[in-house]
Write a protein that binds this ligand. Structure first.
Ligand SMILES: Nc1ncnc2c1ncn2[C@@H]1O[C@H](COP(=O)(O)OP(=O)(O)OP(=O)(O)O)[C@@H](O)[C@H]1O
Ligand SMILES: [Mg+2]
Length: 427
């Protein structure tokens, strides 16, 4: 990180840093892939987030300051000098457009190469979009070779003359992406990549089998609840709802006439999303704003306030899951993550409303000194950004491996031709 002179921080090229710019908190996860292929969490930086509204930067100066604080904390915590980060992007302006693309394969051997796939996906990007909209990601759903469909893995290495792809195009507002990028680079770090937050979170809380058989993930944050639907291993649909944990807290403020801090405290300490999950109702003492004197409420009254808003979240989520058009094919049900999923009884309420099996998703499977710290749904996006980087690096390595193999193969083909020539020469 540029700026203040730092002492004792190491530069390290093997480092991956995820930066989650959330509506309530900024979090930075510093990780390293070890020689044993484990991912060590070396440090975490966390700061309250300012200048964002429902996932969108509305006050760049305040957001930049918040990011700086989190980056500095992460550097101190990990002892690593941060030079670049992966940042997540979300918000209700994100759209998911389904489109398709087709190209001819002109190679003499008709073997599809990675360049062909790249050309196909580039072509898919030629879409008429509004001038204030840009493409964030292109996610292939299925490949079709010479009319044969159902190819869900990379078609590289297969034979064909015509290659077709059905793709999901993720788009966002140019201004929002620019604003977020500027806030990050103003802190003196480069951007490795901008990743759709639900995709990032999915790496941290869903496994490949769930994504294959079909699953919906709902990340209930502070400002937005992001929904992502996966099937056959790929993202099929995503949408954002502008109702999340902050509105729940706000409802408590309004209904009980208490401060935001007090509302946040009792939500975390005594809150339930489902009244029927309370086993022992009891009185709660809260500080009122007006007289600054304590007053009484009860767990069940608090739960009624929370439940009303959480119901909104799951009813709207149900509509979005229906919009994905594969609601009936989600055999792994729903996985909840994000800080909003931590209110007691949330899983049960979601199950009642969505009519599906519901589980809670917590980042896991990491190593290193700080790994236990990140095992909390509020870190799903931050951890997921690190895992996304590793996964994309893996894909690059696979491509390199493929290229090497092709080279070897072409050598052996040459070898065989030479052999045949030898046979003829011998005749
Ligand atoms: N232990 C807890 N119990 C209940 N609610 C919690 C708990 N911890 C955090 N929350 C709530 O989770 C919300 C913040 O979640 P999270 O950190 O995932 O959001 P964010 O990433 O900052 O926001 P967004 O993703 O919307 O931009 C807040 O509303 C907070 O009150
Ligand atoms: Mg978030």
């Amino acid at each position: 990180m540029a700026g203040k002179k730092k002492t004792g921080l190491r530069q390290d090229n093997e480092i991956i840093v995820g930066l989650d710019v959330g509506t309530t908190k900024i979090c930075v996860i510093v990780a390293r892939i070890t020689d044993n292929n484990t991912i060590d969490v070396l440090g975490i930086g966390r700061a309250p987030s300012h200048g964002l509204h429902r996932g969108i930067v509305v006050n760049p100066n305040k957001t930049t300051e918040s990011i700086k604080i989190a980056l500095e904390e992460a550097e101190l915590n990990s002892g690593i000098s941060i030079s670049s980060v992966l940042v997540g992007i979300a918000g209700h302006y994100i759209r998911c457009i389904q489109t398709s693309s087709i190209i001819g394969i002109n190679n003499s051997d008709r073997i599809i190469q990675e360049e062909d796939v790249a050309r196909l996906l580039e072509q898919a990007k030629i879409l008429k979009l509004p001038s204030d909209t840009t493409i964030i990601d292109v996610i292939p759903q299925e490949f079709v070779i010479d009319g044969k469909d159902g190819i869900y893995d990379s078609p590289v290495g297969m034979f064909g003359t015509k290659l077709e792809a059905k793709v999901n195009m993720i788009t966002g507002l140019v201004s929002s992406i620019d604003d977020l990028s500027k806030c990050v680079t103003t802190c003196g770090v480069d951007l490795d990549d901008i990743v759709l937050e639900p995709i990032a979170s999915s790496h941290a809380v869903l496994d490949e089998t769930e994504k294959k058989v079909g699953v919906a993930m709902i990340d209930i944050g502070g400002g937005t609840s992001d929904i992502a639907v996966f099937k056959k291993g790929v993202l099929k649909y995503t949408a954002g709802i502008g109702i999340a944990g902050n509105l729940v807290t706000n409802d408590i403020v309004e209904a009980l006439g208490i401060t935001e801090e007090e509302a946040e405290r009792i939500k975390i300490e005594y809150g339930y999303s489902s009244v029927s999950e309370i086993l022992n109702d009891e009185l709660i003492t809260v500080q009122s704003i007006r007289a600054n004197t304590p007053k009484k409420t009860s767990k069940s009254i608090l739960a009624r306030i929370i439940q009303a808003r959480m119901q909104d979240i799951f009813e709207l989520s149900a509509i979005e899951i229906q919009n994905s058009q594969i609601a009936r094919e989600l055999h792994a049900g729903v996985v909840l993550t994000g800080g909003g999923s931590l209110i007691r009884g949330t899983k049960e309420l979601a199950g009642d409303i969505l009519g599906m099996e519901v589980n809670l998703g917590t980042p896991s499977g990491l190593a290193g000194g700080m790994s236990k710290e990140v095992e909390n749904p509020i870190y799903a996006t931050g951890v997921g950004l690190v895992l996304h980087r590793i996964k994309t690096m893996d894909d690059v390595n696979k491509l390199k491996e493929f290229k090497k193999r092709r080279k070897k193969d072409s050598i052996s083909v040459k070898g065989i031709l030479a052999k045949i020539k030898e046979w003829f020469d011998e005749l």
